[in-house]
Design a protein around this ligand. Structure first.
Ligand code: NZQ
Ligand code: ZN
Length: 391
Protein backbone atom coordinates (compact mmCIF):
# COMPACT_ATOMS: atom_id res chain seq x y z
CA UNK A 1 0.00 0.00 0.00
CA UNK A 2 1.24 3.53 -0.84
CA UNK A 3 1.41 6.40 1.69
CA UNK A 4 -1.65 8.62 1.61
CA UNK A 5 -3.60 11.42 3.23
CA UNK A 6 -7.39 11.34 3.27
CA UNK A 7 -9.65 14.27 4.09
CA UNK A 8 -13.38 13.86 3.53
CA UNK A 9 -15.17 16.41 5.70
CA UNK A 10 -18.62 16.39 4.03
CA UNK A 11 -21.60 16.14 6.41
CA UNK A 12 -24.15 13.73 4.90
CA UNK A 13 -27.87 13.81 5.58
CA UNK A 14 -29.38 10.67 4.07
CA UNK A 15 -33.00 9.58 3.70
CA UNK A 16 -36.59 10.46 3.00
CA UNK A 17 -37.52 14.16 3.11
CA UNK A 18 -33.98 15.10 4.10
CA UNK A 19 -34.11 18.15 1.78
CA UNK A 20 -36.17 19.78 4.55
CA UNK A 21 -32.89 20.21 6.44
CA UNK A 22 -31.28 22.46 3.81
CA UNK A 23 -31.82 25.66 5.79
CA UNK A 24 -30.43 24.27 9.02
CA UNK A 25 -27.42 22.83 7.19
CA UNK A 26 -26.60 26.18 5.55
CA UNK A 27 -26.88 27.83 8.96
CA UNK A 28 -24.69 25.17 10.58
CA UNK A 29 -21.93 25.89 8.06
CA UNK A 30 -22.16 29.67 8.38
CA UNK A 31 -24.08 30.71 5.25
CA UNK A 32 -26.27 33.81 5.28
CA UNK A 33 -26.72 34.63 1.57
CA UNK A 34 -27.17 31.68 -0.76
CA UNK A 35 -26.91 31.11 -4.49
CA UNK A 36 -29.41 28.38 -5.39
CA UNK A 37 -27.97 26.76 -8.53
CA UNK A 38 -29.89 24.20 -10.60
CA UNK A 39 -30.23 22.60 -14.02
CA UNK A 40 -32.70 22.47 -16.87
CA UNK A 41 -35.88 22.28 -14.85
CA UNK A 42 -36.35 18.80 -13.36
CA UNK A 43 -36.12 20.24 -9.84
CA UNK A 44 -38.73 22.89 -10.69
CA UNK A 45 -41.15 20.32 -12.14
CA UNK A 46 -40.75 17.93 -9.20
CA UNK A 47 -41.40 20.67 -6.64
CA UNK A 48 -38.00 20.07 -5.01
CA UNK A 49 -36.78 23.63 -5.60
CA UNK A 50 -39.83 25.04 -3.79
CA UNK A 51 -39.24 22.73 -0.82
CA UNK A 52 -35.61 23.82 -0.65
CA UNK A 53 -36.65 27.49 -0.76
CA UNK A 54 -39.18 26.89 2.03
CA UNK A 55 -36.45 25.33 4.12
CA UNK A 56 -34.17 28.36 3.61
CA UNK A 57 -37.02 30.77 4.38
CA UNK A 58 -37.78 28.89 7.60
CA UNK A 59 -34.26 29.74 8.76
CA UNK A 60 -34.48 33.36 7.48
CA UNK A 61 -31.73 32.73 4.95
CA UNK A 62 -31.74 35.05 1.95
CA UNK A 63 -31.09 33.59 -1.52
CA UNK A 64 -30.71 34.34 -5.23
CA UNK A 65 -31.28 31.82 -8.02
CA UNK A 66 -29.42 30.72 -11.14
CA UNK A 67 -30.84 27.84 -13.18
CA UNK A 68 -29.95 26.52 -16.61
CA UNK A 69 -26.99 24.22 -15.95
CA UNK A 70 -26.76 21.77 -18.87
CA UNK A 71 -25.47 18.23 -18.70
CA UNK A 72 -21.74 18.53 -19.47
CA UNK A 73 -21.80 21.99 -17.82
CA UNK A 74 -20.38 24.98 -19.68
CA UNK A 75 -18.00 27.78 -18.78
CA UNK A 76 -20.45 30.54 -19.84
CA UNK A 77 -22.84 29.93 -16.97
CA UNK A 78 -19.91 29.67 -14.55
CA UNK A 79 -18.79 33.21 -15.48
CA UNK A 80 -22.39 34.38 -15.06
CA UNK A 81 -22.59 32.73 -11.63
CA UNK A 82 -19.32 34.31 -10.48
CA UNK A 83 -20.60 37.78 -11.46
CA UNK A 84 -23.92 37.22 -9.74
CA UNK A 85 -22.33 36.00 -6.49
CA UNK A 86 -20.02 39.02 -6.36
CA UNK A 87 -22.82 41.47 -7.10
CA UNK A 88 -25.18 39.97 -4.51
CA UNK A 89 -22.55 39.24 -1.84
CA UNK A 90 -23.33 35.53 -1.83
CA UNK A 91 -21.41 33.60 0.84
CA UNK A 92 -22.73 30.04 0.28
CA UNK A 93 -23.69 28.03 -2.82
CA UNK A 94 -26.37 25.33 -2.77
CA UNK A 95 -26.45 22.98 -5.76
CA UNK A 96 -29.83 21.32 -6.37
CA UNK A 97 -29.38 18.63 -9.00
CA UNK A 98 -26.91 16.18 -10.47
CA UNK A 99 -23.18 16.13 -11.06
CA UNK A 100 -23.40 18.86 -13.68
CA UNK A 101 -25.10 21.31 -11.32
CA UNK A 102 -22.76 20.42 -8.47
CA UNK A 103 -19.69 20.83 -10.70
CA UNK A 104 -20.92 24.19 -11.99
CA UNK A 105 -21.49 25.27 -8.36
CA UNK A 106 -17.97 24.21 -7.40
CA UNK A 107 -16.50 26.13 -10.34
CA UNK A 108 -18.42 29.27 -9.34
CA UNK A 109 -17.36 28.79 -5.71
CA UNK A 110 -13.69 28.67 -6.68
CA UNK A 111 -14.00 31.50 -9.20
CA UNK A 112 -15.70 34.00 -6.87
CA UNK A 113 -12.72 34.20 -4.52
CA UNK A 114 -10.05 34.09 -7.26
CA UNK A 115 -8.62 37.14 -9.04
CA UNK A 116 -7.73 35.36 -12.27
CA UNK A 117 -9.73 33.31 -14.78
CA UNK A 118 -11.46 30.34 -13.13
CA UNK A 119 -10.30 28.20 -16.09
CA UNK A 120 -6.77 28.25 -14.56
CA UNK A 121 -8.08 25.57 -12.17
CA UNK A 122 -9.16 23.46 -15.13
CA UNK A 123 -5.66 23.77 -16.59
CA UNK A 124 -3.95 22.22 -13.59
CA UNK A 125 -3.94 24.82 -10.79
CA UNK A 126 -5.00 23.35 -7.43
CA UNK A 127 -8.14 24.88 -5.87
CA UNK A 128 -7.09 26.05 -2.40
CA UNK A 129 -9.88 28.49 -1.63
CA UNK A 130 -13.57 28.57 -2.46
CA UNK A 131 -16.95 29.65 -1.14
CA UNK A 132 -18.59 26.82 0.81
CA UNK A 133 -20.85 24.55 -1.26
CA UNK A 134 -23.73 22.33 -0.15
CA UNK A 135 -25.59 19.88 -2.38
CA UNK A 136 -29.03 18.31 -2.70
CA UNK A 137 -28.43 15.37 -5.01
CA UNK A 138 -31.04 14.22 -7.54
CA UNK A 139 -29.12 11.51 -9.45
CA UNK A 140 -26.72 8.84 -8.24
CA UNK A 141 -23.87 9.02 -10.73
CA UNK A 142 -20.91 11.41 -10.72
CA UNK A 143 -20.14 11.23 -7.00
CA UNK A 144 -19.51 14.97 -6.97
CA UNK A 145 -21.54 15.18 -3.73
CA UNK A 146 -18.53 13.75 -1.89
CA UNK A 147 -15.63 14.46 -4.22
CA UNK A 148 -13.01 17.23 -4.43
CA UNK A 149 -13.51 17.40 -8.22
CA UNK A 150 -15.41 19.40 -10.80
CA UNK A 151 -15.58 18.90 -14.58
CA UNK A 152 -16.44 21.83 -16.91
CA UNK A 153 -16.49 22.30 -20.69
CA UNK A 154 -14.97 25.52 -22.05
CA UNK A 155 -17.31 26.72 -24.76
CA UNK A 156 -14.80 28.41 -27.12
CA UNK A 157 -13.05 25.16 -27.99
CA UNK A 158 -15.30 22.55 -26.30
CA UNK A 159 -12.42 21.48 -24.06
CA UNK A 160 -13.77 19.32 -21.21
CA UNK A 161 -11.42 19.26 -18.25
CA UNK A 162 -11.44 18.59 -14.50
CA UNK A 163 -10.25 20.63 -11.51
CA UNK A 164 -9.59 19.46 -7.99
CA UNK A 165 -8.97 20.63 -4.44
CA UNK A 166 -10.25 19.81 -0.96
CA UNK A 167 -11.62 23.36 -0.79
CA UNK A 168 -14.48 22.34 -3.12
CA UNK A 169 -15.51 19.23 -1.21
CA UNK A 170 -19.12 19.97 -0.25
CA UNK A 171 -19.68 21.11 3.35
CA UNK A 172 -22.88 19.11 3.37
CA UNK A 173 -24.70 16.82 0.96
CA UNK A 174 -28.34 15.89 1.28
CA UNK A 175 -29.09 12.48 -0.20
CA UNK A 176 -32.76 11.54 -0.48
CA UNK A 177 -33.02 8.40 -2.67
CA UNK A 178 -36.72 9.14 -3.35
CA UNK A 179 -35.63 12.19 -5.37
CA UNK A 180 -34.03 9.84 -7.92
CA UNK A 181 -37.31 7.99 -8.59
CA UNK A 182 -38.28 10.53 -11.28
CA UNK A 183 -35.19 9.77 -13.39
CA UNK A 184 -35.75 8.40 -16.89
CA UNK A 185 -34.40 4.81 -17.19
CA UNK A 186 -31.64 5.99 -19.52
CA UNK A 187 -30.32 8.49 -16.95
CA UNK A 188 -30.50 5.88 -14.17
CA UNK A 189 -28.45 3.52 -16.35
CA UNK A 190 -25.93 6.27 -17.16
CA UNK A 191 -25.51 6.86 -13.43
CA UNK A 192 -25.01 3.17 -12.69
CA UNK A 193 -22.38 2.99 -15.45
CA UNK A 194 -20.52 6.03 -14.13
CA UNK A 195 -20.46 4.63 -10.59
CA UNK A 196 -19.05 1.33 -11.89
CA UNK A 197 -16.47 3.26 -13.90
CA UNK A 198 -15.32 5.14 -10.77
CA UNK A 199 -14.80 1.76 -9.13
CA UNK A 200 -12.93 0.23 -12.08
CA UNK A 201 -10.72 3.32 -12.48
CA UNK A 202 -9.49 2.67 -8.94
CA UNK A 203 -9.38 -1.11 -9.29
CA UNK A 204 -6.92 -0.77 -12.18
CA UNK A 205 -3.87 -0.06 -10.09
CA UNK A 206 -0.15 -0.71 -10.25
CA UNK A 207 0.09 -0.85 -6.44
CA UNK A 208 0.35 -4.24 -4.77
CA UNK A 209 -1.09 -5.52 -1.48
CA UNK A 210 -4.16 -3.32 -1.54
CA UNK A 211 -6.52 -5.99 -0.27
CA UNK A 212 -8.80 -3.75 1.77
CA UNK A 213 -9.57 -1.33 -1.06
CA UNK A 214 -9.75 -4.18 -3.62
CA UNK A 215 -12.39 -5.86 -1.47
CA UNK A 216 -14.31 -2.63 -0.91
CA UNK A 217 -14.42 -1.97 -4.65
CA UNK A 218 -15.55 -5.53 -5.37
CA UNK A 219 -18.32 -5.22 -2.76
CA UNK A 220 -19.58 -2.02 -4.36
CA UNK A 221 -19.42 -3.50 -7.87
CA UNK A 222 -21.42 -6.51 -6.64
CA UNK A 223 -23.97 -4.10 -5.16
CA UNK A 224 -24.32 -2.32 -8.49
CA UNK A 225 -24.67 -5.65 -10.28
CA UNK A 226 -27.49 -6.59 -7.90
CA UNK A 227 -29.32 -3.27 -7.57
CA UNK A 228 -28.84 -1.86 -11.10
CA UNK A 229 -31.34 -4.13 -12.85
CA UNK A 230 -33.82 -3.77 -9.95
CA UNK A 231 -33.93 0.00 -10.43
CA UNK A 232 -34.30 -0.25 -14.21
CA UNK A 233 -37.14 -2.76 -13.73
CA UNK A 234 -38.87 -0.76 -11.02
CA UNK A 235 -37.90 2.94 -10.84
CA UNK A 236 -39.87 3.31 -7.58
CA UNK A 237 -37.79 0.74 -5.69
CA UNK A 238 -36.67 3.00 -2.83
CA UNK A 239 -34.34 0.46 -1.20
CA UNK A 240 -32.49 -0.27 -4.43
CA UNK A 241 -32.27 3.49 -5.11
CA UNK A 242 -30.90 3.99 -1.59
CA UNK A 243 -28.17 1.38 -1.99
CA UNK A 244 -27.15 2.80 -5.37
CA UNK A 245 -27.09 6.34 -4.02
CA UNK A 246 -24.73 5.50 -1.17
CA UNK A 247 -22.61 3.29 -3.42
CA UNK A 248 -22.24 6.24 -5.78
CA UNK A 249 -20.88 8.39 -2.98
CA UNK A 250 -18.57 5.63 -1.69
CA UNK A 251 -17.30 4.95 -5.21
CA UNK A 252 -15.97 8.46 -5.65
CA UNK A 253 -15.14 10.14 -2.35
CA UNK A 254 -11.88 8.17 -2.67
CA UNK A 255 -12.29 5.96 0.39
CA UNK A 256 -11.82 3.08 -2.10
CA UNK A 257 -8.90 4.76 -3.84
CA UNK A 258 -6.49 5.58 -1.04
CA UNK A 259 -3.07 3.91 -0.87
CA UNK A 260 -3.09 2.84 -4.51
CA UNK A 261 -2.31 4.29 -7.93
CA UNK A 262 -5.42 4.77 -10.06
CA UNK A 263 -6.23 4.73 -13.77
CA UNK A 264 -8.68 7.41 -15.15
CA UNK A 265 -7.82 6.78 -18.80
CA UNK A 266 -11.37 5.59 -19.57
CA UNK A 267 -12.63 8.89 -18.13
CA UNK A 268 -10.15 10.97 -20.11
CA UNK A 269 -11.00 9.14 -23.33
CA UNK A 270 -14.73 9.50 -22.64
CA UNK A 271 -14.55 13.19 -21.79
CA UNK A 272 -13.55 13.92 -25.42
CA UNK A 273 -16.70 12.12 -26.59
CA UNK A 274 -19.02 14.05 -24.28
CA UNK A 275 -17.23 17.29 -25.22
CA UNK A 276 -17.56 16.76 -28.99
CA UNK A 277 -20.97 15.06 -29.21
CA UNK A 278 -22.59 16.20 -25.95
CA UNK A 279 -23.39 12.57 -25.07
CA UNK A 280 -24.21 11.64 -21.47
CA UNK A 281 -21.00 10.86 -19.59
CA UNK A 282 -22.23 7.41 -18.46
CA UNK A 283 -23.30 6.42 -21.97
CA UNK A 284 -19.86 7.39 -23.26
CA UNK A 285 -18.22 5.33 -20.55
CA UNK A 286 -20.28 2.24 -21.44
CA UNK A 287 -18.68 2.28 -24.89
CA UNK A 288 -15.23 3.40 -23.73
CA UNK A 289 -14.54 1.05 -20.81
CA UNK A 290 -14.67 -2.34 -22.60
CA UNK A 291 -12.39 -1.03 -25.38
CA UNK A 292 -9.84 0.45 -22.97
CA UNK A 293 -9.86 -2.64 -20.77
CA UNK A 294 -9.31 -5.01 -23.69
CA UNK A 295 -6.49 -2.81 -24.96
CA UNK A 296 -4.59 -2.61 -21.65
CA UNK A 297 -5.51 -6.10 -20.35
CA UNK A 298 -2.13 -7.63 -21.16
CA UNK A 299 -0.41 -5.13 -18.79
CA UNK A 300 -1.77 -7.14 -15.82
CA UNK A 301 -4.02 -9.99 -16.84
CA UNK A 302 -4.42 -11.22 -13.27
CA UNK A 303 -6.02 -7.93 -12.18
CA UNK A 304 -8.76 -8.36 -14.76
CA UNK A 305 -9.05 -12.09 -14.03
CA UNK A 306 -9.51 -11.31 -10.32
CA UNK A 307 -12.43 -8.99 -11.09
CA UNK A 308 -13.84 -11.57 -13.50
CA UNK A 309 -13.90 -14.23 -10.79
CA UNK A 310 -14.85 -12.14 -7.74
CA UNK A 311 -17.35 -9.78 -9.37
CA UNK A 312 -18.63 -11.48 -12.51
CA UNK A 313 -18.63 -15.06 -11.23
CA UNK A 314 -16.32 -16.43 -13.94
CA UNK A 315 -14.38 -19.59 -13.20
CA UNK A 316 -10.61 -19.17 -13.24
CA UNK A 317 -8.70 -20.67 -16.14
CA UNK A 318 -5.25 -21.00 -14.55
CA UNK A 319 -3.59 -22.10 -17.78
CA UNK A 320 -5.10 -19.25 -19.76
CA UNK A 321 -5.87 -16.40 -17.34
CA UNK A 322 -6.33 -14.06 -20.31
CA UNK A 323 -9.45 -16.05 -21.24
CA UNK A 324 -10.92 -15.42 -17.79
CA UNK A 325 -9.89 -11.76 -17.90
CA UNK A 326 -11.57 -11.26 -21.26
CA UNK A 327 -14.72 -13.05 -20.14
CA UNK A 328 -15.00 -10.64 -17.19
CA UNK A 329 -14.72 -7.62 -19.50
CA UNK A 330 -17.35 -9.10 -21.84
CA UNK A 331 -19.70 -9.72 -18.92
CA UNK A 332 -19.31 -6.10 -17.82
CA UNK A 333 -20.07 -4.93 -21.38
CA UNK A 334 -23.13 -7.20 -21.61
CA UNK A 335 -24.36 -6.02 -18.24
CA UNK A 336 -24.20 -2.37 -19.31
CA UNK A 337 -25.97 -3.17 -22.57
CA UNK A 338 -28.70 -5.00 -20.63
CA UNK A 339 -29.34 -1.77 -18.70
CA UNK A 340 -29.94 0.03 -22.01
CA UNK A 341 -26.51 1.58 -22.56
CA UNK A 342 -25.04 2.00 -26.07
CA UNK A 343 -22.26 -0.37 -27.15
CA UNK A 344 -20.49 1.32 -30.05
CA UNK A 345 -19.57 4.58 -31.76
CA UNK A 346 -22.65 4.75 -33.99
CA UNK A 347 -25.08 4.20 -31.10
CA UNK A 348 -23.38 7.14 -29.40
CA UNK A 349 -23.58 9.28 -32.53
CA UNK A 350 -19.79 9.40 -32.81
CA UNK A 351 -18.01 9.36 -36.19
CA UNK A 352 -14.90 7.51 -37.34
CA UNK A 353 -13.64 10.54 -39.29
CA UNK A 354 -13.50 12.55 -36.04
CA UNK A 355 -10.96 10.19 -34.42
CA UNK A 356 -7.87 12.33 -35.29
CA UNK A 357 -9.55 15.36 -33.69
CA UNK A 358 -10.58 13.39 -30.60
CA UNK A 359 -7.03 12.08 -30.20
CA UNK A 360 -5.45 15.50 -30.71
CA UNK A 361 -7.66 17.11 -28.04
CA UNK A 362 -7.20 14.17 -25.71
CA UNK A 363 -3.42 13.93 -25.89
CA UNK A 364 -2.39 17.52 -26.63
CA UNK A 365 -5.32 19.81 -25.70
CA UNK A 366 -5.06 22.27 -22.80
CA UNK A 367 -1.32 21.74 -22.28
CA UNK A 368 -1.07 17.92 -22.38
CA UNK A 369 2.23 16.53 -23.69
CA UNK A 370 1.12 13.96 -26.25
CA UNK A 371 0.08 11.18 -23.91
CA UNK A 372 -2.20 10.33 -21.00
CA UNK A 373 -1.03 8.35 -18.01
CA UNK A 374 -2.80 5.89 -15.74
CA UNK A 375 -2.75 2.11 -15.34
CA UNK A 376 -0.87 2.18 -18.67
CA UNK A 377 0.56 5.30 -20.34
CA UNK A 378 -1.20 5.78 -23.69
CA UNK A 379 0.18 7.79 -26.61
CA UNK A 380 -1.66 9.07 -29.67
CA UNK A 381 -1.38 5.75 -31.53
CA UNK A 382 -2.77 3.85 -28.56
CA UNK A 383 -5.69 6.25 -28.22
CA UNK A 384 -6.38 6.06 -31.97
CA UNK A 385 -6.49 2.26 -31.72
CA UNK A 386 -8.84 2.42 -28.73
CA UNK A 387 -11.28 4.79 -30.45
CA UNK A 388 -11.19 2.48 -33.51
CA UNK A 389 -12.08 -0.50 -31.31
CA UNK A 390 -15.28 1.35 -30.33
CA UNK A 391 -16.53 1.57 -33.96
O1 NZQ B 1 -30.97 19.51 -15.79
P1 NZQ B 1 -32.15 18.80 -15.23
O2 NZQ B 1 -33.45 19.29 -15.74
O3 NZQ B 1 -32.09 18.75 -13.72
O4 NZQ B 1 -32.10 17.27 -15.80
C1 NZQ B 1 -31.03 16.39 -15.52
C2 NZQ B 1 -30.11 16.17 -16.73
O5 NZQ B 1 -30.83 16.32 -17.93
C3 NZQ B 1 -31.58 15.01 -15.30
N1 NZQ B 1 -31.96 14.75 -13.92
C4 NZQ B 1 -31.17 14.80 -12.82
N2 NZQ B 1 -31.83 14.41 -11.74
C5 NZQ B 1 -33.10 14.12 -12.14
C6 NZQ B 1 -33.18 14.34 -13.54
N3 NZQ B 1 -34.31 14.12 -14.23
C7 NZQ B 1 -35.40 13.68 -13.56
N4 NZQ B 1 -35.38 13.44 -12.23
C8 NZQ B 1 -34.26 13.62 -11.49
N5 NZQ B 1 -34.24 13.33 -10.19
O6 NZQ B 1 -30.54 14.12 -15.64
C9 NZQ B 1 -29.71 14.71 -16.63
C10 NZQ B 1 -28.26 14.49 -16.26
O7 NZQ B 1 -27.88 15.27 -15.15
P2 NZQ B 1 -26.33 15.50 -14.82
O8 NZQ B 1 -26.23 16.39 -13.66
O9 NZQ B 1 -25.63 15.92 -16.08
O10 NZQ B 1 -25.87 14.00 -14.49
P3 NZQ B 1 -24.60 13.44 -13.76
O11 NZQ B 1 -24.78 13.45 -12.30
O12 NZQ B 1 -24.32 12.15 -14.42
O13 NZQ B 1 -23.39 14.45 -14.07
C11 NZQ B 1 -22.61 14.33 -15.23
C12 NZQ B 1 -21.46 15.30 -15.19
O14 NZQ B 1 -20.59 15.00 -14.08
C13 NZQ B 1 -19.24 14.91 -14.56
C14 NZQ B 1 -19.43 14.36 -15.95
O15 NZQ B 1 -18.29 14.48 -16.76
C15 NZQ B 1 -20.61 15.17 -16.44
O16 NZQ B 1 -20.19 16.44 -16.90
N6 NZQ B 1 -18.42 14.16 -13.61
C16 NZQ B 1 -18.10 14.76 -12.44
C17 NZQ B 1 -17.30 14.15 -11.48
C18 NZQ B 1 -16.94 14.85 -10.22
N7 NZQ B 1 -17.23 16.12 -10.09
O17 NZQ B 1 -16.37 14.27 -9.29
C19 NZQ B 1 -16.76 12.81 -11.70
C20 NZQ B 1 -17.40 12.07 -12.82
O18 NZQ B 1 -16.49 11.11 -13.30
C21 NZQ B 1 -17.88 12.89 -13.96
O19 NZQ B 1 -16.81 13.12 -14.90
ZN1 ZN C 1 -17.42 9.55 -14.07
Amino acid sequence: MENFTFYSPTYFVFGKESEGQTGSMVKRFGGSKVLLHYGGGSVVRSGLLDRVKDSLKAENIDFVELGGVRPNPRSGLVYEGIELCRKKNVDFIVAVGGGSTIDSSKAIAAGVVYDGDFWDFYSGKLIEKALPVGTILTIAAAGSEGSPDSVITREEDMMKRGATGDAIRPKFSILNPALTQTLPAFQSACGITDIMAHLYERYLTNSTDVEVTDRMIEALLLTMKHEGPRVIENPDNYEARANIMWAGMMAHNNSCGVGRTQDWNSHNIEHELSALYDVAHGAGLAVTMPAVFKYVMKHNVMRFAQAAVRVWGCSMDFEHPEVTALEGINRLADFLTSLGMPKNFSELGAKEEDIPKLVENLCCGNGRDGKISGFVTLDKDDCTNIYKMMI
